[in-house]
Design a protein around this ligand. Structure first.
Ligand code: PMP
Length: 679
């Protein structure tokens, strides 16, 4: 779809005249009014004056939903006992545009930017949903400088591209705008209106949204040729924005990427193909070439609220304006205090101390240091090793790597560099099978043999993620926790992937009802808006470390990254937690679980499939042989979904806000891949 969204600083400032002019000037263009209020009763049904006006001048126009009362769409719909979402409206606009792909659309909003469409959405949400560039119509009257600036800020802060402004004189020259004051005379008004033109030019230069036209009062005198002359510069700007995408630039950018950018786990000299993303919205990823993909990955499990969530965007913007960063050494701030307080109120009881780190891997490094420092401070300097199950994954920094699965991980590559730790059997008892106490035998044997060397056991509670997407029985955790206690070995729960509702509980440790000694949080902590993580510790651990004598470290925790407790991270994380808690997340996860179970069931027992398992909002198809990632990736993109398999795993971890139809699309793509023998 190509075109422009015409919005305004207010109602009655000349949107329709602008749209009308554009429909005449842009070849084949058509005006679409998604919602039109203030319609009239005509002999042959509803009369839509704005549409009639365009048509009377020879332009094309449609109103999709018409209402009689001249009021805001939300109220008109309420009175008509109906309701529409922006997704519905955008879908209809798109469908209409798709019928004539070469014809530009001029989508005309109702009223101004924050005019409500329903209880949750405004005209701005419709603009975001459509993703078209925007033209802002400004009524030339007293107060319009303020209105124009507010409107531009609202549009640009949400990432919309504003092509420019049109200034419309809305009163005839002999009528003085009442807003100019009772004493005002024509001369005063003229001064104001002339200055508006000058000031908006300056504002346009500053904001990159130029003033494209200064339209005099037109009144009833709307002759086609006059309109065409006055609006020609506006049409020219819009026409340039409609030119087909510059494929050459895309190609050049991709070539640069291929030459110079490293992507995760790929070769710099022989990289796998990548797809260029233009923007992201809700649970969709939009590519440069116009394709839209349903996101099945939550961007590696962090974007639980989808993308562009209003509360998160506002939190980030407000914090950026107030204080984007300040060092945490010797200083503190409200965002960090508020976030820590909120986290501690939610995590299993007993965790009392918070260290803010800059990524998941770093939070694991901190957790490992904490455990070793704890043991050192108790005079057990030999306890410098970790015990961890096979199939685990904790990050890519060196300490974290050293406790990742030694076979899938990078141990052989970095032999000599990575410290050597101890590995035990993967928790073998499935989440959905009766608990088998013997699944803990290996852990028991290793702990008993190595207890004097082990500072802590580190593992991912209930769900082993990147190491194999394996779901194990929570009783394993209960018994392991007990075992660690018996030997004063600390238990580190890496909840980076499982935290914040993904498994159906807020934290996976809740399945076992345990409080680990140390807990790592990351990924969904910020809802995917920013990087950031946290390492939490119990009073026992914090006091233990704090009580060390000077020769044993003097009680200081030896870590302190530059961006520790970055205020942008803290404010965004707090907003993300509030957003999650304000949502019916438990019902959503339960619902996604049932849809995933149903949607992936056809893969069960199929040739090439080793296992199908679902827990919370995680659906996994384990294949018998490693998949061809590049081929499968292409297959999924061709079906409009974003799923990134690895090894023998094709899995789904969609944003919790994924609509049913999109989830079904994700599942169908996986089923089709299995049927075609691609997975
Ligand atoms: N621990 C777990 C369980 C993870 O899943 C990950 C990331 N996949 C990490 C640690 C590392 O986090 P980051 O990528 O933010 O460093």
């Amino acid at each position: 779809m190509k075109g422009v969204f015409v919005t305004a600083t207010d109602t009655e400032v000349g949107k329709t005249v602008t749209s009308c002019a554009l429909s005449l000037l842009l070849p084949n263009a058509r005006v679409i009014k998604p919602i039109q209020t203030g319609c009239l009763e005509g002999e042959r049904g509803m009369l839509v004056p704005d549409v009639e006006m365009v048509q009377s001048l020879g332009g094309r126009a449609n109103a999709l939903h018409c209402f009689y009362p001249p009021c805001s769409p939300h109220l008109a719909m309420e009175l008509a006992r109906t309701s529409l979402t922006c997704a519905d409206l955008a879908g209809e606009v798109r469908a209409m545009a798709d019928r004539e792909p070469d014809a530009p659309v001029i989508v005309e909003g109702a009223g101004g930017i924050y005019v409500p469409i329903n209880a949750n959405e405004t005209m701005l949400d419709l603009m975001l949903e459509l993703g078209l560039p925007v033209l802002l119509v400004v009524g030339n009257r007293l107060g319009c400088l303020n209105q124009a600036r507010l409107s531009l800020e609202a549009l640009q802060l949400r990432g919309l591209r504003v092509l420019g402004m049109v200034l419309n004189r809305v009163q005839p020259a002999n009528v003085c705008d009442p807003g100019c004051g009772s004493q005002a005379v024509g001369e005063d008004e003229e001064r104001i209106l002339t200055d508006n033109v000058r000031s908006l030019k300056v504002l346009g230069e500053k904001t990159g949204a130029p003033l494209l036209a200064d339209i005099p009062y037109l009144g009833g005198d709307i002759a086609r040729d006059r309109l065409e002359t006055l609006f020609a510069p506006v049409a020219h700007t819009i026409a340039s924005s409609l030119r087909p995408l510059d494929r050459k630039r895309d190609e050049q950018d991709l070539a640069f990427d291929r030459e110079h950018l490293w992507h995760p786990y790929t070769s710099a000299t022989n990289p796998l193909p990548v797809y260029v993303v233009k923007d992201t919205r809700k649970n969709r990823i939009r590519l440069w070439d116009g394709r839209e993909l349903v996101d099945g990955m939550s961007s590696w499990w962090c974007a639980v609220h989808g993308y562009g969530n209003e509360r998160l965007v506002h939190a980030l913007q407000a914090q950026a304006a107030r204080m984007s960063h300040v060092m945490f050494g010797g200083l503190t701030h409200r965002p960090a205090i508020d976030l820590a307080r909120r986290i501690l109120s939610l995590v299993p009881q007993g965790l009392t101390h918070v260290f803010f780190a800059d990524s998941g891997s770093v939070s694991v490094e901190v957790a490992l240091k904490m455990a070793v420092q704890y043991q050192i401070s108790l005079g057990r300097a030999k306890r410098r090793h970790f015990l961890t199950p096979m199939g685990g994954y904790h990050g890519d920094t060196q300490g974290a790597m050293s406790v990742c699965d030694p076979i899938n991980g990078m141990h052989t590559l970095f032999t000599g560099l990575l410290p050597r730790h101890y590995f035990m059997e993967r928790p073998s008892c499935r989440f959905d099978a009766p608990y088998d106490p013997s699944s803990l035998d290996d852990a028991r044997a290793k702990i008993s043999a190595l207890k004097d060397e082990i500072a802590a056991v580190i593992l991912e509670p209930v769900v082993q993620g990147a190491g194999g997407m394996w779901f194990y029985h929570p009783r394993y955790l209960v018994d392991l926790h007990k075992l660690c206690r018996e030997h004063d070995i600390l238990l580190i729960a890496d909840e980076i992937a499982t935290g914040f509702g993904r498994t159906g509980r807020l934290f996976a440790c809740e399945w076992a009802g345990i409080t680990p000694d140390i807990m790592c949080l990351g990924k969904a902590l910020t809802g995917g808006m920013m990087t950031g993580a946290a390492t939490l510790a119990t009073e026992r651990v914090a006091r233990g470390i704090g009580s060390a004598s000077p020769e044993l470290g003097g009680g200081l925790l030896m870590h302190g990254p530059t961006f520790m407790a970055n205020p942008l991270f803290c404010a965004t994380a707090l907003a993300s937690i509030e957003e999650l808690l304000a949502s019916p997340w438990q019902e959503r996860v339960a619902h996604l679980q049932s849809l995933l179970e149903e949607g992936l069931a056809p893969c069960r027992g199929r040739e090439g499939v080793a296992d199908v398992r679902v827990l919370g909002a995680i659906g996994v198809v384990e294949t018998q042989h490693p998949v061809d990632m590049a081929a499968l990736q292409q297959f999924f993109v061709d079906r409009g979904v974003w799923i990134r398999p690895f090894g023998r795993l094709v899995y789904l971890m969609p944003p919790l806000v994924t609509p049913d139809a999109d989830l079904q699309r994700l599942c169908s793509a996986v089923v089709e891949a299995v049927e075609k023998g691609l997975a």
